[in-house]
Design a binder for this molecule. Structure first.
Ligand code: TRP
Length: 446
Protein backbone atom coordinates (compact mmCIF):
# COMPACT_ATOMS: atom_id res chain seq x y z
CA UNK A 1 0.00 0.00 0.00
CA UNK A 2 1.25 3.47 -0.76
CA UNK A 3 1.93 5.95 2.03
CA UNK A 4 -1.12 7.57 3.58
CA UNK A 5 -2.03 10.97 2.26
CA UNK A 6 -1.27 14.05 4.35
CA UNK A 7 -2.11 17.73 4.45
CA UNK A 8 0.45 19.93 2.72
CA UNK A 9 0.45 22.83 5.16
CA UNK A 10 -0.93 23.75 8.55
CA UNK A 11 -2.92 26.59 7.00
CA UNK A 12 -4.38 24.17 4.47
CA UNK A 13 -5.47 21.82 7.24
CA UNK A 14 -7.02 24.59 9.34
CA UNK A 15 -8.86 26.05 6.33
CA UNK A 16 -10.18 22.60 5.37
CA UNK A 17 -11.50 22.02 8.89
CA UNK A 18 -13.05 25.49 8.97
CA UNK A 19 -14.50 24.66 5.55
CA UNK A 20 -16.09 21.60 7.11
CA UNK A 21 -17.44 23.53 10.06
CA UNK A 22 -18.73 26.53 8.10
CA UNK A 23 -21.74 25.52 6.04
CA UNK A 24 -25.50 25.60 5.86
CA UNK A 25 -25.39 25.32 9.65
CA UNK A 26 -23.82 28.75 10.06
CA UNK A 27 -26.11 30.62 7.71
CA UNK A 28 -29.39 28.85 7.02
CA UNK A 29 -29.67 26.86 10.27
CA UNK A 30 -28.06 29.32 12.70
CA UNK A 31 -30.29 32.14 11.51
CA UNK A 32 -33.54 30.26 11.90
CA UNK A 33 -32.67 28.48 15.14
CA UNK A 34 -31.47 31.73 16.72
CA UNK A 35 -34.56 33.47 15.35
CA UNK A 36 -36.89 30.84 16.81
CA UNK A 37 -35.15 30.85 20.19
CA UNK A 38 -35.01 34.49 21.10
CA UNK A 39 -31.84 35.78 19.42
CA UNK A 40 -29.55 37.20 22.10
CA UNK A 41 -30.34 34.63 24.80
CA UNK A 42 -29.80 31.84 22.39
CA UNK A 43 -26.45 33.33 21.41
CA UNK A 44 -25.18 33.38 25.01
CA UNK A 45 -26.18 29.78 25.71
CA UNK A 46 -24.76 28.79 22.35
CA UNK A 47 -21.40 30.45 23.04
CA UNK A 48 -21.18 28.76 26.44
CA UNK A 49 -21.82 25.35 24.87
CA UNK A 50 -19.33 25.99 22.08
CA UNK A 51 -16.62 26.80 24.60
CA UNK A 52 -17.35 24.20 27.30
CA UNK A 53 -18.57 21.30 25.15
CA UNK A 54 -17.63 21.99 21.54
CA UNK A 55 -13.99 22.98 21.97
CA UNK A 56 -13.03 20.03 24.22
CA UNK A 57 -14.75 17.64 21.81
CA UNK A 58 -13.04 19.09 18.74
CA UNK A 59 -9.65 18.67 20.42
CA UNK A 60 -10.58 15.11 21.43
CA UNK A 61 -11.84 14.15 17.98
CA UNK A 62 -8.80 15.54 16.19
CA UNK A 63 -6.47 13.76 18.60
CA UNK A 64 -8.26 10.44 18.06
CA UNK A 65 -7.79 10.74 14.33
CA UNK A 66 -4.16 11.80 14.43
CA UNK A 67 -3.34 9.07 16.92
CA UNK A 68 -4.87 6.38 14.73
CA UNK A 69 -3.53 7.63 11.38
CA UNK A 70 -6.49 5.78 9.89
CA UNK A 71 -10.20 6.12 9.19
CA UNK A 72 -13.16 6.76 11.51
CA UNK A 73 -13.23 3.17 12.73
CA UNK A 74 -9.52 3.12 13.50
CA UNK A 75 -10.00 6.31 15.53
CA UNK A 76 -12.10 4.30 18.00
CA UNK A 77 -9.45 1.58 18.40
CA UNK A 78 -8.30 1.16 21.95
CA UNK A 79 -4.77 -0.14 21.57
CA UNK A 80 -3.34 -0.19 18.09
CA UNK A 81 -5.36 0.84 15.07
CA UNK A 82 -6.67 -2.50 13.91
CA UNK A 83 -7.70 -4.07 17.19
CA UNK A 84 -11.21 -5.40 17.49
CA UNK A 85 -12.64 -3.56 20.47
CA UNK A 86 -16.31 -2.91 20.93
CA UNK A 87 -15.67 0.82 20.70
CA UNK A 88 -15.14 0.42 16.99
CA UNK A 89 -18.90 0.07 16.71
CA UNK A 90 -19.07 3.77 17.59
CA UNK A 91 -16.75 4.40 14.64
CA UNK A 92 -19.03 2.51 12.27
CA UNK A 93 -22.07 4.38 13.57
CA UNK A 94 -20.27 7.65 12.92
CA UNK A 95 -19.59 6.58 9.33
CA UNK A 96 -23.27 5.78 8.80
CA UNK A 97 -24.19 9.03 10.52
CA UNK A 98 -21.94 11.08 8.26
CA UNK A 99 -23.51 9.42 5.22
CA UNK A 100 -27.01 10.09 6.56
CA UNK A 101 -26.24 13.74 7.25
CA UNK A 102 -24.75 14.20 3.80
CA UNK A 103 -27.80 12.55 2.22
CA UNK A 104 -30.21 15.34 3.22
CA UNK A 105 -27.59 18.07 3.50
CA UNK A 106 -27.02 17.64 -0.25
CA UNK A 107 -30.72 18.29 -0.87
CA UNK A 108 -30.68 21.65 0.94
CA UNK A 109 -27.35 22.52 -0.71
CA UNK A 110 -29.11 21.79 -3.98
CA UNK A 111 -31.86 24.30 -3.14
CA UNK A 112 -29.14 26.88 -2.46
CA UNK A 113 -27.55 26.13 -5.82
CA UNK A 114 -30.90 26.33 -7.59
CA UNK A 115 -31.60 29.69 -5.97
CA UNK A 116 -28.05 30.88 -6.75
CA UNK A 117 -28.41 30.02 -10.41
CA UNK A 118 -31.89 31.55 -10.47
CA UNK A 119 -30.56 34.73 -8.85
CA UNK A 120 -27.66 35.01 -11.29
CA UNK A 121 -29.78 34.42 -14.38
CA UNK A 122 -32.63 36.57 -13.10
CA UNK A 123 -35.44 34.00 -12.99
CA UNK A 124 -35.53 34.21 -9.19
CA UNK A 125 -36.46 37.89 -9.47
CA UNK A 126 -39.12 37.59 -12.13
CA UNK A 127 -40.74 34.21 -11.48
CA UNK A 128 -41.94 34.93 -7.98
CA UNK A 129 -44.77 37.34 -8.70
CA UNK A 130 -47.07 35.40 -6.40
CA UNK A 131 -44.62 35.64 -3.48
CA UNK A 132 -41.68 33.57 -2.38
CA UNK A 133 -43.70 31.24 -0.17
CA UNK A 134 -45.44 29.75 -3.17
CA UNK A 135 -42.25 29.95 -5.24
CA UNK A 136 -40.23 27.99 -2.66
CA UNK A 137 -42.87 25.30 -2.18
CA UNK A 138 -43.26 24.85 -5.92
CA UNK A 139 -39.48 24.70 -6.30
CA UNK A 140 -38.79 22.05 -3.65
CA UNK A 141 -41.93 20.11 -4.51
CA UNK A 142 -41.23 20.17 -8.21
CA UNK A 143 -40.82 16.51 -9.14
CA UNK A 144 -37.34 15.83 -10.48
CA UNK A 145 -35.92 19.34 -10.24
CA UNK A 146 -34.75 19.15 -6.62
CA UNK A 147 -33.21 15.78 -7.42
CA UNK A 148 -31.18 17.29 -10.25
CA UNK A 149 -29.80 20.03 -7.98
CA UNK A 150 -29.06 17.47 -5.28
CA UNK A 151 -27.19 15.34 -7.82
CA UNK A 152 -25.26 18.36 -9.09
CA UNK A 153 -24.03 19.22 -5.59
CA UNK A 154 -23.04 15.64 -4.87
CA UNK A 155 -21.17 15.44 -8.17
CA UNK A 156 -19.26 18.61 -7.30
CA UNK A 157 -18.32 17.24 -3.88
CA UNK A 158 -17.25 13.95 -5.46
CA UNK A 159 -15.02 15.78 -7.91
CA UNK A 160 -13.19 17.50 -5.06
CA UNK A 161 -12.85 14.35 -2.94
CA UNK A 162 -11.62 12.34 -5.92
CA UNK A 163 -8.81 14.89 -6.26
CA UNK A 164 -7.33 13.69 -2.97
CA UNK A 165 -6.46 15.28 0.35
CA UNK A 166 -3.95 17.82 -0.95
CA UNK A 167 -4.89 18.09 -4.62
CA UNK A 168 -8.65 18.23 -4.01
CA UNK A 169 -9.81 19.03 -0.49
CA UNK A 170 -6.96 21.29 0.60
CA UNK A 171 -6.75 23.13 -2.70
CA UNK A 172 -10.44 23.99 -2.93
CA UNK A 173 -10.66 25.13 0.70
CA UNK A 174 -7.55 27.28 0.41
CA UNK A 175 -9.17 29.60 -2.08
CA UNK A 176 -12.85 29.22 -1.23
CA UNK A 177 -12.74 29.90 2.52
CA UNK A 178 -11.01 33.32 2.38
CA UNK A 179 -13.37 34.31 -0.45
CA UNK A 180 -16.42 33.31 1.58
CA UNK A 181 -15.19 35.21 4.61
CA UNK A 182 -14.80 38.36 2.50
CA UNK A 183 -18.32 37.98 1.04
CA UNK A 184 -20.07 37.44 4.38
CA UNK A 185 -18.29 40.43 5.95
CA UNK A 186 -19.32 42.57 2.98
CA UNK A 187 -22.94 41.43 3.24
CA UNK A 188 -23.00 42.15 6.99
CA UNK A 189 -21.62 45.66 6.52
CA UNK A 190 -24.27 46.33 3.92
CA UNK A 191 -27.10 44.97 6.09
CA UNK A 192 -26.05 46.94 9.15
CA UNK A 193 -25.95 50.13 7.09
CA UNK A 194 -29.63 49.81 6.07
CA UNK A 195 -32.01 52.27 7.75
CA UNK A 196 -33.89 50.51 10.55
CA UNK A 197 -31.31 47.77 10.93
CA UNK A 198 -30.55 48.55 14.59
CA UNK A 199 -33.43 46.41 15.85
CA UNK A 200 -31.91 43.41 14.09
CA UNK A 201 -28.50 43.97 15.66
CA UNK A 202 -30.16 44.27 19.08
CA UNK A 203 -32.21 41.12 18.44
CA UNK A 204 -29.01 39.12 17.92
CA UNK A 205 -26.72 40.75 20.47
CA UNK A 206 -28.95 42.01 23.30
CA UNK A 207 -30.34 39.20 25.44
CA UNK A 208 -33.85 39.15 26.85
CA UNK A 209 -32.95 37.50 30.15
CA UNK A 210 -36.38 35.98 30.79
CA UNK A 211 -35.88 33.46 28.00
CA UNK A 212 -33.15 31.75 30.07
CA UNK A 213 -35.92 29.85 31.83
CA UNK A 214 -36.98 28.10 28.64
CA UNK A 215 -35.42 24.61 28.58
CA UNK A 216 -35.92 24.18 24.84
CA UNK A 217 -33.43 26.99 24.26
CA UNK A 218 -30.68 24.81 25.78
CA UNK A 219 -31.53 21.77 23.68
CA UNK A 220 -31.64 23.88 20.53
CA UNK A 221 -28.31 25.50 21.39
CA UNK A 222 -26.59 22.17 21.98
CA UNK A 223 -27.94 20.65 18.77
CA UNK A 224 -26.85 23.73 16.87
CA UNK A 225 -23.38 23.69 18.48
CA UNK A 226 -22.79 20.09 17.36
CA UNK A 227 -24.17 20.63 13.90
CA UNK A 228 -22.36 23.88 13.25
CA UNK A 229 -18.98 22.66 14.45
CA UNK A 230 -19.55 19.36 12.66
CA UNK A 231 -18.29 17.40 15.65
CA UNK A 232 -19.35 13.88 16.59
CA UNK A 233 -19.48 12.14 13.20
CA UNK A 234 -15.77 11.42 12.74
CA UNK A 235 -15.18 14.19 10.22
CA UNK A 236 -12.52 15.77 12.43
CA UNK A 237 -11.15 12.33 13.25
CA UNK A 238 -10.79 11.64 9.53
CA UNK A 239 -9.27 15.05 8.74
CA UNK A 240 -7.01 14.70 11.79
CA UNK A 241 -5.71 11.39 10.48
CA UNK A 242 -3.97 13.24 7.63
CA UNK A 243 -1.97 15.32 10.12
CA UNK A 244 1.66 14.67 10.78
CA UNK A 245 2.69 14.97 14.41
CA UNK A 246 3.87 18.34 15.57
CA UNK A 247 0.85 20.44 14.59
CA UNK A 248 -0.35 21.72 17.97
CA UNK A 249 -3.94 20.47 18.16
CA UNK A 250 -5.37 22.83 20.81
CA UNK A 251 -4.36 25.88 18.77
CA UNK A 252 -5.87 24.38 15.60
CA UNK A 253 -9.06 23.47 17.45
CA UNK A 254 -9.31 27.00 18.84
CA UNK A 255 -8.93 28.43 15.34
CA UNK A 256 -11.65 26.11 14.02
CA UNK A 257 -14.08 26.90 16.81
CA UNK A 258 -13.42 30.64 16.64
CA UNK A 259 -13.71 30.67 12.85
CA UNK A 260 -16.99 28.76 12.89
CA UNK A 261 -18.54 30.91 15.60
CA UNK A 262 -17.41 34.18 14.08
CA UNK A 263 -18.85 33.12 10.75
CA UNK A 264 -22.24 32.35 12.32
CA UNK A 265 -22.37 35.65 14.18
CA UNK A 266 -21.37 37.66 11.11
CA UNK A 267 -23.95 35.74 9.06
CA UNK A 268 -26.51 36.69 11.72
CA UNK A 269 -25.43 40.30 11.32
CA UNK A 270 -25.97 39.98 7.57
CA UNK A 271 -29.45 38.51 8.00
CA UNK A 272 -31.29 39.93 11.04
CA UNK A 273 -30.63 43.64 10.41
CA UNK A 274 -32.10 43.19 6.93
CA UNK A 275 -35.06 41.22 8.29
CA UNK A 276 -35.85 43.96 10.82
CA UNK A 277 -35.17 46.80 8.39
CA UNK A 278 -37.92 45.36 6.19
CA UNK A 279 -40.27 44.68 9.08
CA UNK A 280 -40.34 40.90 8.63
CA UNK A 281 -40.49 38.06 11.16
CA UNK A 282 -37.14 36.71 12.45
CA UNK A 283 -38.84 33.51 13.63
CA UNK A 284 -39.93 32.27 10.21
CA UNK A 285 -38.30 28.87 10.77
CA UNK A 286 -36.31 26.87 8.19
CA UNK A 287 -37.85 28.95 5.41
CA UNK A 288 -36.10 32.12 6.56
CA UNK A 289 -33.31 31.88 3.96
CA UNK A 290 -35.51 30.74 1.09
CA UNK A 291 -38.69 32.77 1.56
CA UNK A 292 -38.00 35.76 3.79
CA UNK A 293 -34.60 36.73 2.41
CA UNK A 294 -35.43 36.69 -1.33
CA UNK A 295 -38.34 39.00 -0.58
CA UNK A 296 -35.84 41.39 1.02
CA UNK A 297 -33.35 41.10 -1.84
CA UNK A 298 -36.08 41.91 -4.33
CA UNK A 299 -36.94 45.09 -2.45
CA UNK A 300 -33.52 46.39 -1.40
CA UNK A 301 -31.31 48.61 -3.55
CA UNK A 302 -28.72 46.42 -5.27
CA UNK A 303 -30.63 43.43 -3.96
CA UNK A 304 -30.11 41.28 -7.02
CA UNK A 305 -26.35 41.43 -6.63
CA UNK A 306 -26.57 40.95 -2.87
CA UNK A 307 -28.97 38.03 -3.32
CA UNK A 308 -26.82 36.35 -5.94
CA UNK A 309 -23.75 36.68 -3.72
CA UNK A 310 -25.71 35.33 -0.76
CA UNK A 311 -26.93 32.16 -2.46
CA UNK A 312 -23.61 31.46 -4.15
CA UNK A 313 -21.95 31.88 -0.76
CA UNK A 314 -24.44 29.48 0.80
CA UNK A 315 -23.77 26.96 -1.97
CA UNK A 316 -19.99 27.17 -1.71
CA UNK A 317 -20.04 26.96 2.09
CA UNK A 318 -22.25 23.88 1.80
CA UNK A 319 -19.91 22.32 -0.74
CA UNK A 320 -16.84 22.38 1.54
CA UNK A 321 -18.91 20.78 4.32
CA UNK A 322 -20.21 18.11 1.95
CA UNK A 323 -16.65 17.33 0.94
CA UNK A 324 -15.71 16.68 4.57
CA UNK A 325 -18.72 14.44 5.18
CA UNK A 326 -18.05 12.47 2.00
CA UNK A 327 -14.40 11.93 2.95
CA UNK A 328 -15.49 9.89 6.01
CA UNK A 329 -16.98 6.89 4.13
CA UNK A 330 -14.46 7.29 1.30
CA UNK A 331 -11.55 6.92 3.75
CA UNK A 332 -13.20 3.79 5.18
CA UNK A 333 -13.65 2.26 1.73
CA UNK A 334 -10.06 3.01 0.73
CA UNK A 335 -8.68 1.53 3.91
CA UNK A 336 -10.97 -1.42 4.46
CA UNK A 337 -11.94 -2.50 0.96
CA UNK A 338 -8.66 -1.61 -0.71
CA UNK A 339 -10.57 0.55 -3.19
CA UNK A 340 -8.85 3.30 -5.13
CA UNK A 341 -9.85 6.82 -4.09
CA UNK A 342 -11.71 7.27 -7.35
CA UNK A 343 -13.77 4.07 -7.07
CA UNK A 344 -14.46 4.69 -3.39
CA UNK A 345 -15.68 8.21 -4.15
CA UNK A 346 -18.00 7.13 -6.96
CA UNK A 347 -19.48 4.27 -4.94
CA UNK A 348 -19.99 6.32 -1.76
CA UNK A 349 -21.50 9.23 -3.68
CA UNK A 350 -23.94 6.98 -5.53
CA UNK A 351 -25.06 5.29 -2.30
CA UNK A 352 -25.53 8.65 -0.56
CA UNK A 353 -27.50 9.98 -3.51
CA UNK A 354 -29.95 7.08 -3.23
CA UNK A 355 -30.14 7.48 0.55
CA UNK A 356 -31.08 11.14 0.05
CA UNK A 357 -33.76 10.57 -2.60
CA UNK A 358 -36.61 10.29 -0.06
CA UNK A 359 -35.51 13.61 1.47
CA UNK A 360 -35.34 15.26 -1.95
CA UNK A 361 -38.78 13.98 -2.94
CA UNK A 362 -40.36 14.55 0.45
CA UNK A 363 -41.91 17.87 -0.53
CA UNK A 364 -43.43 16.61 -3.77
CA UNK A 365 -43.96 12.98 -4.74
CA UNK A 366 -43.52 11.73 -1.18
CA UNK A 367 -45.17 14.65 0.61
CA UNK A 368 -47.81 12.33 2.03
CA UNK A 369 -45.19 10.58 4.19
CA UNK A 370 -45.06 12.15 7.66
CA UNK A 371 -42.86 10.98 10.50
CA UNK A 372 -43.88 12.27 13.92
CA UNK A 373 -45.57 15.22 12.26
CA UNK A 374 -42.51 16.07 10.15
CA UNK A 375 -41.84 15.62 6.48
CA UNK A 376 -39.01 13.23 5.61
CA UNK A 377 -36.14 15.73 5.44
CA UNK A 378 -37.11 17.50 8.64
CA UNK A 379 -37.54 14.18 10.42
CA UNK A 380 -34.05 13.07 9.43
CA UNK A 381 -32.63 16.46 10.44
CA UNK A 382 -34.34 16.30 13.83
CA UNK A 383 -33.12 12.75 14.47
CA UNK A 384 -29.59 13.76 13.52
CA UNK A 385 -29.31 16.93 15.60
CA UNK A 386 -31.31 15.79 18.62
CA UNK A 387 -30.02 12.23 18.90
CA UNK A 388 -27.24 11.16 16.57
CA UNK A 389 -24.86 14.10 17.02
CA UNK A 390 -25.15 14.26 20.83
CA UNK A 391 -24.69 10.47 20.94
CA UNK A 392 -21.57 10.75 18.78
CA UNK A 393 -20.23 13.51 21.01
CA UNK A 394 -20.94 11.41 24.07
CA UNK A 395 -19.03 8.46 22.57
CA UNK A 396 -16.00 10.67 21.88
CA UNK A 397 -16.04 12.16 25.39
CA UNK A 398 -16.31 8.75 27.04
CA UNK A 399 -13.71 7.16 24.79
CA UNK A 400 -11.03 9.83 25.20
CA UNK A 401 -12.01 10.75 28.75
CA UNK A 402 -12.39 7.29 30.28
CA UNK A 403 -11.35 4.49 27.94
CA UNK A 404 -7.94 5.69 26.80
CA UNK A 405 -5.27 5.99 29.46
CA UNK A 406 -5.14 9.43 30.98
CA UNK A 407 -1.51 10.05 30.08
CA UNK A 408 -2.04 8.87 26.51
CA UNK A 409 -5.11 11.06 26.05
CA UNK A 410 -3.26 14.11 27.30
CA UNK A 411 -0.15 13.44 25.26
CA UNK A 412 -2.09 12.75 22.04
CA UNK A 413 -3.93 16.05 22.45
CA UNK A 414 -0.65 17.95 22.97
CA UNK A 415 -1.85 18.84 26.46
CA UNK A 416 0.40 16.64 28.62
CA UNK A 417 1.61 18.23 31.86
CA UNK A 418 -0.41 21.42 31.44
CA UNK A 419 -3.10 22.96 33.60
CA UNK A 420 -5.24 23.41 30.48
CA UNK A 421 -4.91 19.65 29.96
CA UNK A 422 -6.37 18.94 33.39
CA UNK A 423 -9.30 21.25 32.69
CA UNK A 424 -9.84 19.69 29.26
CA UNK A 425 -9.90 16.18 30.64
CA UNK A 426 -12.29 17.11 33.43
CA UNK A 427 -14.65 18.73 30.95
CA UNK A 428 -14.53 15.62 28.76
CA UNK A 429 -14.98 13.22 31.66
CA UNK A 430 -17.66 15.01 33.64
CA UNK A 431 -19.10 18.18 32.21
CA UNK A 432 -19.60 17.09 28.59
CA UNK A 433 -21.28 13.73 29.34
CA UNK A 434 -23.48 15.30 32.02
CA UNK A 435 -24.66 18.11 29.78
CA UNK A 436 -25.31 15.78 26.86
CA UNK A 437 -27.12 13.25 29.03
CA UNK A 438 -29.35 15.91 30.55
CA UNK A 439 -30.33 17.29 27.21
CA UNK A 440 -30.81 13.85 25.61
CA UNK A 441 -33.00 12.89 28.53
CA UNK A 442 -35.05 16.03 28.13
CA UNK A 443 -35.66 15.49 24.44
CA UNK A 444 -36.60 11.87 25.20
CA UNK A 445 -39.18 13.07 27.69
CA UNK A 446 -40.46 15.97 25.62
N1 TRP B 1 -20.76 21.93 10.14
C1 TRP B 1 -21.42 21.94 8.87
C2 TRP B 1 -22.41 23.09 8.83
O1 TRP B 1 -22.44 23.89 9.72
C3 TRP B 1 -22.06 20.62 8.54
C4 TRP B 1 -21.22 19.47 8.90
C5 TRP B 1 -19.98 19.19 8.42
C6 TRP B 1 -21.52 18.49 9.84
N2 TRP B 1 -19.48 18.07 9.02
C7 TRP B 1 -20.41 17.62 9.91
C8 TRP B 1 -22.62 18.28 10.64
C9 TRP B 1 -20.39 16.56 10.81
C10 TRP B 1 -22.60 17.21 11.53
C11 TRP B 1 -21.48 16.36 11.62
O2 TRP B 1 -23.16 23.23 7.92
Amino acid sequence: MSAREQWGTRTGFVLATIGSAVGLGNIWRFAYVAGDNGGGVFLIVYLAFILLIGLPLVIAELSMGRRAQGDAVAAFSVTAPGDTGRWRLAGWLAVLGAALILSYYAVIAGWALGYGVGAATGTLWTAAAAGYGGYFRAFIGGGVEPVLWQAAMLAAAALVVAGGVQGGIERVNRWLMPTLAAIIVGLAIYAVSLPGSGAGVRFLLAPDWSAFGRPEVYAAALGQAFFSLGVGMAVFATYGSYLPRGFALPASAAAIVAGDTLFAVVAGLAIFPAVFAFGLDPAAGPELAFITLPQIFLAMPGGRIVGTLFFLLLTAAALTSMVSLLEVPVAVAIRRLGATRRTATVAATAAIFLLGLPSALGFGLLAHIRIGGYGILDAVDAAVSNLLLPAGGLAIALFVGWRIERAVALREADLGGTRAGAVWLWLLRVAVPTAIALILLRSALA
